[in-house]
Design a protein around this ligand. Structure first.
Ligand SMILES: [Zn+2]
Length: 236
């Protein structure tokens, strides 16, 4: 039987049979992996903590006849604060749901961004939604949609007055270049995205955004997400 060691994040965990767990890992090396943890639901089970959602660790996966079995789990970070605060928990759930929906294959950039996002929510007290907004912006950037907040992506004029997101192309345009599929991006949302994009994850807690900018930014980004991926993501 072949066995592989992967660095991975637990993104889904379901009960299976009496004491097993059916787990989806998102691994740095191979993307999504469907695995089983055997006999881990007892209180004294050796790998008990390794199977919980949000757990980041090193896993040894044995390829079985029918299923892949995890035979070893070394936890790197279990992001404990996510389990103790409902706001943090829900924001992390949004992040994981996004990851689940956009990628099956290995993507080191996406993997790293996910870990950074969970860290910022968990330990750096990044205000509600800031890390999630940065995560979404980085995903679009990783796909080649580089949101330019200063120039119209169509006529390249400097953006003044009203700004719009062209949902067909996932880019920001001026009033002259707006189409039926463009939605207005309020200035509060635009400056929230700009500031968040230019701030490191572990410094997000130093930002002060006004006028509910983060809520408006998140609404625009989730609309953009729906157009790009034909699906929405979980939001509390
Ligand atoms: Zn224009």
């Amino acid at each position: 039987m072949a066995s592989t060691k992967v660095k991975a994040l637990v993104i889904e965990a379901k009960d299976s049979k009496e004491k097993d767990k059916q787990v989806t890992l998102y691994s740095l090396e191979e993307g999504k992996l469907y695995v089983y943890f055997k006999g881990v639901r007892g209180d004294k089970a050796k790998m008990k903590a390794g199977k919980e959602i949000f757990t980041f660790g090193e896993f040894v996966v044995e390829e079985g006849k029918a299923n892949n079995i995890v035979t070893e789990a070394n936890i790197i970070d279990s992001f404990l604060p996510l389990r103790e605060n409902l706001d943090k928990y829900y924001e992390a759930c949004s992040c994981i749901d996004i990851l689940k929906k956009i990628s099956n294959t290995s993507d080191p950039v996406l993997f790293l961004e996910t870990i950074k996002t969970l860290k910022a929510i968990s330990y750096d007290n990044s205000p509600k939604y800031y890390a999630l907004i940065k995560y979404l912006l980085s995903i679009f950037k990783n796909m080649g949609y580089n949101l330019d907040f200063n120039t119209c992506s169509s006529c390249h004029a400097k953006l003044t007055g009203k700004k719009y997101l062209n949902l067909d192309y996932g880019e920001i345009v001026c009033a002259n270049c707006r189409r039926a599929t463009s939605v207005e991006v309020k200035n509060e949302a635009l400056s929230a995205m700009k500031l968040i994009l230019n701030t490191d994850y572990d410094r997000l807690h130093t930002l002060k955004l006004g006028g509910n900018g983060e809520v408006k930014a998140l609404n625009i980004l989730s609309e953009n997400f729906e157009w790009r991926f034909n699906t929405s993501f979980f939001m509390e």
